[in-house]
Design a protein around this ligand. Structure first.
Ligand SMILES: NC(=O)c1ccc[n+]([C@@H]2O[C@H](COP(=O)([O-])OP(=O)(O)OC[C@H]3O[C@@H](n4cnc5c(N)ncnc54)[C@H](O)[C@@H]3O)[C@@H](O)[C@H]2O)c1
Length: 344
């Protein structure tokens, strides 16, 4: 099976590539390597997959030294000509679309990049999948589509038409666009609504890395809504397992009416923000300095995944408790920072 992974230099994409490549799957990874956050982290993830930054040249495949079955190509999802050539050349079976402009807060500062990557880019992926008869498109959606939904846990059957950030609006639009392509062209699509993913090689704009950095360097942590928030923190390995288990479950293939599906994927054990901070303090062996603030625009108070549908489909069983997941994250983060400081 040949798989395209978009956003391959990103947090989740990197882990998905590594797992697929380890399992012997033929994988092509693409990413536009934008500078929304530290580009060195993206290069470091690629290097961890055997793709050296020096090998990355526009319009040329970079072969992994680690996996004979993995190649990387720098492409922007917005560039339809290059995507078309890639799909023509490679004849993929499955596409996993993780490339996107992520981050709720940044969508207030820079809305247009969300429209480009998440709407135009996603349309290009849908068109490419349509014309190349892709067997299954699995794509990233987000728990943020639930907006201020106050019915917990969040179920896929809940109405999700009141997004409170442009990021959430683009993710919900992706789901609607996928529905249309599945309906019109029988393109099998599965949208996965991820719930706060954390772990090694994570994103610098998300709370685990922001908090760890502040605690280690003695900076004050801004705690929004006075800490009265809960998040369904989900460990990266549990997310990757869930994505891989969904690939062979092709909607519309077993007499189902619809060729599209939307599923929550989360730990289903929401953690109060203050407990998260205390667990991080314990793991790092240092106290945090906290600055309590009101709620931020675009943010939501609670996320909590009902994963009944995913369990029924694949037997999904996330098994990483917060303490264990944070220990793995901190071990990686300290080593990464140390290696970075040593290089400088
Ligand atoms: N991490 C989470 O907690 C979380 C939660 C909900 C949804 N998601 C979604 O999961 C996906 C992966 O998230 P992540 O945490 O790995 O984020 P990430 O930012 O680390 O990875 C996304 C990657 O996509 C690339 N990219 C962005 N725009 C692109 C474009 N136009 N063309 C090609 N590549 C492009 C970026 O360079 C980046 O490497 C995203 O779609 C995100 O919205 C993540």
């Amino acid at each position: 099976m040949k798989v395209l992974v978009t956003g391959a230099a990103g947090f989740i994409g990197f882990h998905v590539v590594k797992k697929l490549a380890t399992q012997g799957m033929e994988v092509v990874g693409i990413d536009n390597l934008n500078t929304y956050y530290d580009i060195d982290l993206k290069y470091a993830r690629l290097s961890e997959c055997g793709v050296d930054a020096k090998k990355i040249v526009d319009n040329e495949y970079a072969q992994s030294d680690e996996y004979a079955n993995y190649t990387f190509l720098k492409i922007d999802l917005v560039d339809m000509d290059r995507l078309t050539k890639l799909f023509d050349d490679e004849q993929f079976d499955v596409v996993i679309n993780l490339g996107a402009q992520a981050g709720v807060r940044y969508s207030i500062e820079n809305p247009s990049t969300y429209i480009q990557s998440n709407i135009v880019g996603f349309l290009n992926i849908l068109e490419s999948c349509r014309y190349h008869h892709i067997k299954h498109l699995v794509y990233a959606s987000s728990s943020s589509v639930y907006g201020m939904n106050d019915k917990l846990p969040f179920s896929e059957d809940d109405v999700a038409d009141s997004p409170v950030s442009l990021y959430a609006a683009t993710k919900r639009s992706d789901e609607l666009m996928a529905y249309t392509y599945s309906h019109l062209y029988h393109l099998p699509t599965t949208g996965l609504r991820f719930f706060t993913v954390y772990g090694p090689w994570g994103r610098p704009d998300m709370s685990p890395m922001l908090f760890a950095d502040s605690i280690l360097t003695g900076k004050t942590i801004n705690v929004f809504n006075n800490g009265e928030m809960v998040r369904d923190f989900t460990y990266i390995d549990d997310i990757v397992d869930g994505i891989l288990e969904v690939i062979p479950c092709i909607p519309g293939k077993e007499g189902e009416e619809l060729y599209c599906r939307i599923l929550n994927i989360g730990n289903s054990e929401p953690v109060p923000l203050m407990l998260f901070i205390h667990t991080m303090e314990e793991t790092l062996g240092r106290k945090a300095s906290l600055h309590m603030l009101p709620m931020q625009a675009g943010d939501v108070k609670a996320t909590y995944a009902d994963v009944t549908k995913l369990i029924a489909l694949t037997g999904y069983s996330p098994h990483t408790p917060l303490k264990k997941g944070l220990s793995s994250f901190v071990a990686w983060y300290e080593a990464y920072i140390h290696a970075k400081d040593t290089r400088i």
